[in-house]
Design a binder for this molecule. Sequence first.
Ligand SMILES: Cc1cc2nc3c(=O)[nH]c(=O)nc-3n(C[C@H](O)[C@H](O)[C@H](O)COP(=O)(O)OP(=O)(O)OC[C@H]3O[C@@H](n4cnc5c(N)ncnc54)[C@H](O)[C@@H]3O)c2cc1C
Length: 399
Amino acid sequence: MTNKVIIVGAGVFGITTALALWERNYDVTILDPGPIPHPLASSTDIAKVVRMEYGADEQYMAMVEAALEGWDRWNTEFSQPVYHQTGVLMVRRTPMNSGDYEYESYQTLLKRGHTPQRLSADEIAIRFPAWKPETYVDGFFHQRGGYAESSKVIVELLKAGEERGIHYQTGHVVDRFIERDGHVTGVRTRKGDKFEADIVVICAGAWTRVLIPELNNVMKSTGHSVFHLTVPKPDPFTPPHFSVFTADITSTGWYGFPAINGEIKLGHHGPGQPLHPINDKRVVPDSDREDLRNLLRDTFPALENAEIVYSRVCLYCDTLDEHFWIDYHPEKQGLFVAAGGSGHGFKFAPILGNLVADAIERKANNWLPRFRWRELDLTKTGEEAARYRGEHVDNASGA
Ligand SMILES: Cc1cc2nc3c(=O)[nH]c(=O)nc-3n(C[C@H](O)[C@H](O)[C@H](O)COP(=O)(O)OP(=O)(O)OC[C@H]3O[C@@H](n4cnc5c(N)ncnc54)[C@H](O)[C@@H]3O)c2cc1C
């Protein structure tokens, strides 16, 4: 008998999980308020960074190595290329040193046989002319990486799901579970519709903790600003003169993309604003606009007065250890969660579905133990939190 699965949420977690489960002969229905891509979903955007660099963390690098093979494959299978290999430039305002995110990433790339190119201040200025000379004095460029056009990816995956017979039900906000003897047997929506299933998979991104309030102890949602600027002269902001970059991200928080249709996107990673996904308004803070202008002045002088044509607050759904949350609920049989890691999850799209499907089928997978249901304590901050994450470097988990 075919197992029926309800997936709540049609972001990148939901749709890739649906496709992987369909391949394994499940009968899959996805519920989402719609439209898909949903305007408030984290997956919805013009671009997301695809980078291998995760400090000294080899598991994530290995996962991105596998994901990149998937991005190359999707580029040939989809109706249009969605992954663009511009390379990734990671630079610092001070020399790279042991323990830095950039230094550790560089060393881990070498260790795994990759060929990043270390760059001095002069080499940065010659090779990437839009960058203000002398501000950034050390770093590296790694050709294997770039960005994915994330909303286009969702549209392509949606189409693939429709062709295969995955059922999409839009116009539905799930607001409670149907439970029998400690077993979740389906969901109810705000309109009162009922959907029954053998397994309910919550892929609701930042809204996950609303549906499963017991996760409030371990999951938080924070707002992060994103800006699009018009580029007066695109050439210096176009590959090979410009690539996906992080601009001393540990101290400035800024990362960005080459010009896409005459616009450049910059995003700010950092603690963000704690925001409830439903109750709080998403307002870009003035301090982020000021910070952006300061960055532009110091980094890309040609953009100092560039017009901001679009801005947005996008929600991370993060755990204190910044790792995904992929497991069955320990007390409610039939209820499964696939979320978290929301500052950096999109790049894994080509491998996410199978990762989640392996966990649903309780199949052995070397990457999964880290993402199991676990005890965390969100009250820990600063160094204590870093120790808690078992880290010696900031893995710059945003983007
Ligand atoms: C500012 C920002 C920048 C980022 N940059 C990068 C990057 O450069 N590279 C990278 O790899 N990752 C990046 N990420 C992370 C990446 O976007 C996320 O990891 C990923 O998109 C999360 O996908 P998701 O499916 O979990 O959630 P979402 O995409 O948010 O999808 C959740 C879905 O659930 C639906 N939903 C919610 N509640 C309900 C309900 N009650 N009933 C039914 N449906 C519901 C929503 O409508 C939505 O469609 C970034 C995130 C942010 C916020």
